[in-house]
Ligand binder design. Structure first.
Ligand code: ME8
Length: 654
């Protein structure tokens, strides 16, 4: 029986339409699903929608409709888009499905019976934008970022999941199975959350019910409460898993939801699969570990300018704008341009340049030239190579090594690197054509053997490309496959069966254009015409005014103009930046949580407003003397306040 491979996308919220971010994740999972099928595995690919919770309830209320109407209207947009893109999901789950609701309630009851869910009075801080209770440490972080106003104090009875009890097992999971979180540099932020600086005892129990909303799965036996949307949605991976495919091999998520998948989710599963007699302070039993996902793969964000493409900000790139250039082309671009784990700015210009270079000039041109030469010089038949000079042997070795290198990079989730390598081989073939000049070889019958070799190699390289790249560019590779005169569907090939020494069949068919060059200016003008209008600023959530204060209280805060002299990232943190700031009186070290919005070299030389008489505090072991004033929007993005150019370091701001 072939190996089973269960892979998932996140379950997307249906508070708005799908955008390029969702499309990217789902395409990535589709590529992996197709790739693993071609590795000969038995794949189950699951995607779907997350339909409960505060965000949905709020959006429905704003539109004056019932949440049920909203979710029934929007969920099909996701499902239809994936169908229209010919993605190969095996199942589309909606968290409002009856069977899912039943599973959530059943698990809730089971974990309560085990003592892992309990009811208690909660009094503490709550972050409205994250829909989550926050720990003291997280609250301090938010305060340091000037986001204290996003917190409110909440007192209510709530059901809690005993997350703290799983600290020991979670730490063992991260230490012994570091491949649980990929790419590896993301593991550290997960560990930091569970045990900051290696210190234990910080993980707090998780509130998993709400009384502030009604749109959710009722807590069994206590219907004033609905189940917290994350406990609900994460369990859909289980409620919609096909029999025999558990556990997931790869769960692809964006970095924004890594913590939910790498901490809460395995803890829920540990609780579900443990026996009551297991010792939570002892070894994580292998029997339990085997029920956890093998890895959570967290990718970075597509950015527009320097902000995350986001439904709530209105800076969306609609999938249809990309698909307009062909599904294969859009898929190739997304996989080739995004380095997994890192963020990437999206521009239409970059998109078109990539497609023109790699698909029109690169693969498209190589295929049409090669196939035309096979027609012209060999009437479409594919010759068998008989003699090899140095250049021929070099290119033969390169073609021979390409599949293993490509597959190894794919295995390491280095999708961009795999395509880069394959396209490197295609470029080498271009140079090989230029060097061997087949059009001159054809003029003299004595060069016929050499011409056979050149043409045969081109054919084999194209056949190999059609197979290797088929998961990334299914329709374009099928077209190439057919032009090469090969029968059936390329997706039915198995990588293990590629044998380059096998005589190639042929004859080739007429070359079919794979990708037409895009005229950038015309295409950009067209896209701009179709852009939906930006959301007016009034749509942003403007926080309420705070309590009135008196002038003397305000003046107690000593605000100064500062000049940033140096800036560098704090190791192991993607948020914190350590700066040396001249505030006129002295030069200070200030650590700011602005690393997601600014690069250090954008900061050096910049004038800022410093809260200068704030008591020093340590952030990741570094003492920070003061804080930089920032504005913020409802995405938590900081915007540094910029004083006028002629204000000098040390000036008081009042
Ligand atoms: O978080 N760049 O749903 P969601 C790249 N319902 N990927 C992006 C992106 C961007 N700019 N924006 C979104 C939820 N994504 C929960 C998930 S799972 C049990 C529950 C992708 O609709 C990325 O995969 O907000 C991100 O993690 C996901 O969409 C968030 O989708």
């Amino acid at each position: 029986m072939s190996k089973r491979f269960f892979i998932t996308t996140p379950m997307y919220y249906v508070n708005d339409q799908p955008h390029i971010g969702h499309t990217y994740t789902t395409v990535l999972v589709d590529v992996l699903a197709r790739h693993h099928r071609m590795l000969g595995e038995d794949v189950y690919f699951l995607t779907g929608t997350d339909e409960h919770g505060q965000k949905i309830e709020k959006t429905a209320a704003e539109r004056g409709i019932k949440p049920r109407q909203l979710v029934d209207e929007v969920a099909p947009n996701f499902e239809n888009l994936w169908k229209q893109m010919e993605l190969t999901q095996d199942h589309f789950v909606r968290t409002t499905h009856k069977s899912h609701i039943e599973l959530v309630q059943r698990r809730f009851r089971e974990l309560s019976a085990k003592g892992d869910i309990y009811k208690a009075e909660y009094e503490g801080l709550y972050s409205v934008s994250d829909e989550a209770f926050v720990t003291e440490m997280q609250a301090k972080e938010l305060q340091a970022q000037g986001l204290a106003h996003t917190l409110t104090t909440l007192k209510e009875a709530s059901y809690f999941f005993r997350l703290s009890a799983y600290e020991n097992w979670l730490i063992q999971l991260f230490d012994r199975y570091p491949e649980f979180v990929k790419p590896d540099f993301r593991l550290n932020e997960v560990k930091q959350f569970v045990a900051p600086n290696g210190e234990r005892g910080n993980l707090q129990d998780l509130s998993i019910s709400r009384t502030s909303i009604t749109w959710g799965i009722p807590v069994p036996g206590d219907e004033e409460h609905v189940v917290y949307v994350w406990f609900d949605a994460l369990l859909s991976y289980m409620s919609a898993c096909r029999d025999g495919y558990w556990p997931p091999q790869i769960q692809v998520v964006g970095k924004d939801i890594l913590r939910f998948h790498a901490v809460y989710w395995p803890a829920f599963l540990m609780s579900i699969f443990r026996k009551e007699s297991d010792d939570l302070n002892g070894e994580l039993p292998e029997r339990v570990r085997q029920q956890l996902p093998q890895s959570i793969l967290a990718h970075g964000w597509w950015l527009m300018g320097d902000t995350k493409i986001s439904k709530s900000l209105g800076n969306i790139v609609r999938p249809r704008e990309l698909l307009h250039f062909g599904h294969s082309a859009a898929r190739y671009f997304m996989l080739r341009d995004m380095q997994i784990g890192h963020d990437r700015s999206f521009t239409f210009e970059g998109f078109m340049e990539r497609l023109n270079a790699d698909l029109a000039n690169g693969l498209g041109n190589l295929a049409s030239r090669s196939i035309s030469m096979l027609h012209k010089y060999r009437s479409g038949a594919v010759p068998v190579p008989a003699a090899w000079d140095t250049a021929d042997s070099e290119i033969k070795d390169l073609i021979g090594n390409t599949p293993s290198e490509y597959l190894a990079r794919m295995e390491q989730n280095n999708f961009s690197g795999a395509l880069e390598y394959l396209w490197g081989t295609l470029r080498a073939l271009d140079s090989y054509i230029v060097k061997s000049e087949p059009w001159n070889l054809a003029k003299d019958a004595s060069n016929s053997v050499k011409l056979d070799t050149v043409l045969a190699q081109l054919y084999r390289a194209l056949r190999m490309t059609a197979v290797l790249a088929a998961p990334v560019m299914p329709d374009m590779c099928q077209l190439l496959w057919e032009s090469l005169g090969l029968p059936g569907r390329v997706e039915n090939q198995r990588f293990a069966d590629i044998n380059f020494d096998e005589p190639a069949p042929g004859p080739v068919k007429d070359p079919r254009p794979l990708f037409a060059r895009i005229d950038k200016d015309t295409a950009i003008a067209e896209i701009e015409k179709q852009q939906p209008p930006q959301l007016p600023a009034s749509k942003l959530d403007v926080p309420e005014l705070r309590e009135t204060t008196d002038y003397d209280t305000f003046c107690k805060t000593d605000l100064r103009i500062g000049l940033i002299l140096e800036a560098e990232r704090v190791p192991k943190s993607d948020k914190l930046i350590r700066m040396k700031v001249d505030i006129g009186l002295e030069k200070r070290t200030i650590v700011g949580g602005i690393g997601k919005a600014y690069e250090p070299d954008q900061l050096t030389g910049r004038k800022v407003v410093v809260v200068a008489n704030l008591a020093p505090r340590k952030l990741m072991g570094i003492e920070s003397h003061g804080m930089l004033l920032c504005a913020s929007d409802n995405t938590s993005k900081p915007y540094l306040i910029a004083p006028s150019d002629d204000a000098q370091p040390g000036f008081i701001v009042k």
